[in-house]
Design a protein around this ligand. Structure first.
Ligand code: C5P
Length: 217
């Protein structure tokens, strides 16, 4: 299958779990675009770059080598030949990534790379996939959950006593200035509050089959 599936939604909405699950079942690459913004932020911080300088950041973005690691199931993005590690979820990265990703020049570079990665079909997740990166994708899902559940999920994933709810709310507020949290007009909104991972995955698969004109399993 070489179909494009776009999944958007705020931080902690369960996008990654859903996107990876769909990619595994449908035998498609899983492209987590947040990792690209995170990797750029990490590199900019390491080099002491001015994070308000969009042109310098865009030039740095152009030096990232992003491709698919086809040895993984599902294939996933790797940056400069390496899989994402814990350095990309460090607090200093989460604190700066919204500023880095707010620059149109940065987005232009990364969106082009994302389109290239999605060319042969992919499940791609982010904030602007359905509206900007893959506007022609036949399946678009906008995933949401109430804030308290989103914070709870992150806590389970990462383990922390910091105020994760505050941190997510802060990042969402900044991110929504760059990409308003508005689903694409042809996206289906799934609110997975109170649902298990499996329930959300089943609902998404039903939607995929409906959109692709296949009979439900
Ligand atoms: O999805 P994740 O939370 O890992 O994304 C990290 C950050 O990358 C977001 O908070 C946002 O600032 C940025 N991002 C973006 N556009 C995307 C994906 C992520 O601006 N498509």
């Amino acid at each position: 299958m070489s179909v494009q599936i776009a999944i958007d939604g705020p931080a902690g909405s369960g996008k990654s779990t859903l996107a990876r699950g769909l990619a595994t079942i449908l035998h498609l690459p899983y492209v987590n675009t947040g990792l690209m913004y995170r990797a750029l932020t990490r590199r900019a911080l390491d080099r002491g770059l001015d994070l308000t300088d969009g042109e310098a950041l865009a030039a740095l973005a152009g030096t990232l080598t992003v491709d698919l690691d086809l040895t993984l199931d599902p294939p996933e993005i790797q940056i400069d030949g390496r899989r994402a590690g814990p350095e990309l979820t460090a607090p200093e990265v989460e604190g700066a990534v919204s500023l880095v990703s707010s620059h149109p020049a940065v987005r232009a570079v990364l969106v082009e790379q994302q389109r290239r990665l999605g060319q042969g079909g992919a499940v791609m997740e982010g904030r602007d996939i359905g509206r900007v990166v893959l506007p022609g994708a036949p399946v678009k899902i906008y995933l949401d959950a109430v804030p308290i559940e989103r914070a709870g999920r992150r806590e389970e994933e990462r383990g922390s006593d910091r105020s994760l709810a505050d941190e997510l709310a802060r990042r969402d507020a900044l991110d929504s200035r760059t990409n308003p949290f508005i689903p694409a007009s042809d996206a289906v909104r799934l609110d997975n509050s109170g649902r298990t991972v499996d329930e959300t995955l089943r609902e998404a698969l039903r939607l995929v089959r409906e959109r692709l004109g296949e009979a439900p399993a």
